[in-house]
Design a protein around this ligand. Structure first.
Ligand code: NAP
Ligand code: SF4
Length: 669
């Protein structure tokens, strides 16, 4: 008997049956562009081995004008077919099924040759698209069909036609981007002609026994987006045109509502898919912020969808389904929806990975083999770096002892978990605890390990982390100055706060201090009200007026740099943090020099002269310094020492670098 009867039930598509209700959703990883098809194949094969019911590849362009960026992966030539055969062959050898996503970016294509319904530039692209004429539209349809035919030739089990997130097909659907007056524009019937025709021609080309998923934007979250009546009309039309399954798309890329970030509540948009249940005959897939088998099971049991799509969770743990099936769900490495190693890498032109699982997309590079000789290894510091090193070394067969001054493992992850919108960090701490026990890592918690405790080990990994930096601002007697650690651990603060330092932690502390009561991330209705998410049946695109809860405090966030505060935050999430603090009335001041702190507040000099930032509490978020005294003492004592994480380099330390360094070191010991 399984805990997940709905999730693990097969899905009969008529000509083929999927073994369970889990779709590994499409994700761009950057692997396809590197030309190492063995690496691409191993990445997908690992997910097939791990039990994904159906895998969808990252977006593959049908033609150059539709490619997300010049040179992005495409399905246009016999060589492309041969490359993809390596992938499908390896996935099938693992017993998996895989569909290729055909992604035409339209005006989101990062290049001057981009095309769309009308010549209207996207706010997130510098390139105005060329308006397609009748022949140009026919070429796009033919290219979709040809790409699908080649996908079949390459051995894929199906294709997913990307019709959402504001890409090409979505651009024809709404007047925001389609102002044509020919048969491809004007009435909704005309505007939906292109997506429906693409589905019809693809079906005609590939035959009846080939999976055709249509990813349909069910809530656009942009002005002049679709109404739900239009969504329904389109769903019925793509079903009639030959879609086997309809997948859910949420929000255009240019939407100003977060849709997948960690601060978005789990399964925040499943209600949108549910509105379409019963309106079409084909199975529906729901998506976005689903990251545990429990959540997925409850959605299916509650009738929200027939199948669940998870994308990033398969980076975090390729064995998601296999572990759920085996009753080992607590061992699933959780995707915390941070985007730090996946989407942020994509936008930086780097290969995706995962903060929690650095082996993601690096399966052929970081290989964990059993240790030739089992050694006695001490790890000092049970933050992310130390934990990752400890469980990886133990997995390889070493005898690992983990020391930490605290009574619980997790280190600074506990601070992150206190921030409203970062609750997912709790799951990461729980997972580390589970894995420490499972790998039989001996724990010595509440112990401040010194050299004498450590000389008996074959090697010591020092992961002692960081200490907050004291910026040395003169402080008058009676002024209240706290570090971020004090504040996040619950030290009382006043009503007017000055935060010194506007890095990731300064922003987090501002978020912490401008919220009160339940986090909106844990209350879907509050979250929807904060960001202005309404019902697409009531308002176009599902947009409503945002009503952020007022901040209980007046907060000012300062930095010495002259640029805009928050510039260094994650590419795909920084805008969310900035928008959130703006909505809470946080004042930001850049280009300041700190003079002194007294009872009145923080005295600074700005380009306009001296200024007092009135504050009853000043919080220091001025970066960190490495805590490496132990490492130096051990080296002097002649012990084999490896220093990782913040103890190694404090600057720009985050959990991504810490875990990556821990795993990579442990892979070599
Ligand atoms: P950080 O991003 O390096 O920011 C430190 C801040 O302190 C900077 O704004 C810096 O700006 C200021 N500062 C540095 N030295 C100072 C001094 N002597 N006097 C006064 N101000 C000083 O470090 P962090 O905020 O501590 O974050 C640590 C790491 O965690 C970073 O890599 C960060 O990206 C990551 N993190 C990320 C997130 C996220 O949301 N993705 C959240 C939390 C943490 P000025 O020099 O301009 O004043
Ligand atoms: Fe999830 Fe973060 Fe890993 Fe991306 S990097 S898959 S968001 S945990």
């Amino acid at each position: 008997m399984t805990d997940y009867p709905h999730l693990l039930a097969p899905l009969d598509l008529g000509f083929t049956t999927l073994p369970n209700r889990v779709l590994m959703g499409s994700m761009h990883t950057g692997l396809e562009e590197r030309g190492d098809w063995n690496r691409v194949a191993e990445y997908y094969a690992a997910r097939a081995r791990g039990g994904a019911g159906l895998i969808v590849t990252g977006g593959i362009a049908p033609n150059p004008e539709g490619a997300v960026f010049p040179g992005a992966a495409a399905m246009m030539t016999a060589q492309d077919v041969a490359n993809h055969q390596i992938v499908t062959g390896r996935v099938h050898a693992e017993g998996g099924k895989i569909a290729m996503q055909i992604l035409h970016a339209g005006r989101y294509a990062y290049g001057k040759d981009c095309v769309s319904a009308s010549a209207i530039k996207s706010p997130i692209s510098p390139f105005p698209p060329r308006e397609l004429d009748e022949a140009g539209i026919e070429k796009q349809i033919a290219d979709f069909a040809a790409a699908a035919a080649r996908a079949r030739e390459a051995g894929y089990d199906g294709v997913e036609i990307m019709g959402s997130e504001g890409y090409f097909l979505n651009q024809f659907l709404v007047t925001r981007t389609n102002q044509r007056s020919d048969r491809w524009g004007g009435s909704y019937e005309n505007r939906m002609r292109l997506p429906v025709e693409v589905v019809r021609r693809v079906r005609e080309t590939v035959g009846a026994d080939f999976i055709l998923i249509y990813r349909l934007s069910m809530i656009d979250l942009v002005p002049e987006g679709s109404t739900f009546d239009e969504v329904e009309q389109l769903a019925r039309a793509v079903e009639a045109a030959g879609a086997t399954v309809i997948n859910t798309g949420i929000g255009w890329h240019e939407a100003r509502v977060p849709t997948i970030a960690t601060s978005v509540p789990r399964a925040a948009f499943a209600w949108v898919t549910k509105k379409l249940m019963g309106k079409v005959g084909v199975p529906l897939i729901t998506s976005n912020r689903i990251n545990t088998p429990e959540v997925a099971e409850s959605l299916l049991a509650g009738g929200a969808a027939d199948m669940v799509s998870m994308a990033r969770p398969f980076l975090a743990d390729p064995d998601f389904v296999a572990k759920a099936k085996a009753g080992r769900a607590s061992e699933i490495a959780p995707c915390i929806a941070c985007n730090q190693a996946c989407l942020d890498h994509t936008f930086a032109g780097k290969i995706s990975s995962c903060l929690v699982n650095p082996r993601a997309c690096h399966e052929t590079e970081i290989v964990l083999t059993p240790a030739e000789t089992a050694r006695r290894i001490a790890v000092v510091g049970a933050g992310p770096a130390g934990l990752a090193a400890a469980i990886t070394a133990a997995e390889r067969g070493h005898h690992v002892t983990l020391f930490d001054k605290s009574a619980r493992v997790g280190g600074q992850l506990h601070l992150a978990a206190t921030i409203p919108g970062k609750e997912e960090f709790r799951g990461l701490i729980d997972w580390f605890e589970t894995m420490v026990a499972l790998r039989q890592v001996e724990t010595c918690l509440g112990v401040d390990a010194g050299v004498n405790d450590l000389t008996g080990f074959d090697a010591v990994i020092v992961a002692t982390g960081v200490t907050p930096r004291d910026p040395g601002i003169p402080v008058d007697a009676g002024a209240r100055v706290l570090s971020y650690v004090d504040v996040l651990k619950g030290a009382p603060v006043g009503d007017r706060i000055a935060i010194v330092g506007a890095g990731g932690i300064g922003f987090d502390v501002a978020e912490f201090l401008t919220h009160t009561g339940e986090s909106p991330t844990e209350n879907l209705d509050h979250w929807k009200a904060e960001w202005g998410v309404g019902d697409p049946a009531q308002s176009r695109g599902g947009l409503a007026a945002p009503h952020p809860a007022p901040s209980p405090r007046k907060v000012t966030l300062l930095q010495r740099k002259t640029g805009a505060p928050g510039k260094g935050l994650g590419k795909t999430t920084g805008w969310i943090h900035r928008a959130s603090l703006r909505a809470k009335g946080v004042e930001t001041l850049a280009g300041v020099a700190y003079e002194r702190i007294d009872r009145e507040g923080l005295h600074v000099t700005t380009a306009d002269g001296p200024r007092l930032v009135e504050a009853d509490t000043v919080v220091l978020c001025t970066g960190q310094e490495s805590a490496r005294d132990l490492a130096d003492a051990l080296t002097q004592a002649g012990v084999e020492v490896h220093v990782i994480g913040g103890a190694d380099v404090a600057a720009e330390l985050d959990a991504k670098r810490a875990i990556d360094q821990g795993v990579r070191l442990a892979a070599t010991l």
